[in-house]
Design a protein around this ligand. Structure first.
Ligand code: HEM
Length: 110
């Protein structure tokens, strides 16, 4: 095989790997500038599709329902609605929950 064909093959291979998502910056690309209304958040109010708004930001917590150390109940209770007071009263000032929350951000209220 010529060096040129080898380089072309490697380039195609890397393109395929990148396009497949095997190399990515995160499980779901955060789009913090995307805006959603409270009415849009309200359409995602189930255990299979759970959005919430907390302190002006919008989050998709669907995959966190089963992962939450405090149980699924608190997360389920804020699906489709504003979870600011629930989250703040439990986790205000705690770095761990705030850092975890950032991973689920899909946009902001607006
Ligand atoms: C909204 C209402 C919420 C309530 C009432 C609540 C409640 C709790 C409780 C009681 C614990 C302690 C569990 C234990 O140690 O046995 C806990 C832990 C935790 N929660 Fe929440 N939670 C809420 C929302 C969230 C959200 C939205 C996130 C992040 C997406 C989150 C992230 C965490 C994390 C990371 C821990 C472990 C903290 C640690 O051990 O340092 N929680 N939660």
């Amino acid at each position: 095989m010529s060096a040129r064909r080898l380089v072309t093959g490697i380039a195609i291979g890397l393109t395929v790997i990148a396009a497949s998502g095997a190399i990515s910056t995160g499980a779901s690309a955060a789009q913090p500038s995307k805006k959603y209304t409270a009415a849009q958040v309200a359409k995602h109010a189930t255990a299979k599709d759970c959005w919430t708004s907390i302190n002006g930001q919008v989050y998709n917590l669907t995959t966190w329902i089963k992962g939450h150390p405090g149980g699924s109940g608190p997360i389920l209770s804020i699906c489709g609605r504003d979870g600011s007071s629930a989250f703040n009263s439990q986790h205000q000032g705690q770095g761990g929950p705030a850092a975890m929350l950032r991973k689920f951000q899909i946009g902001k209220l607006g």
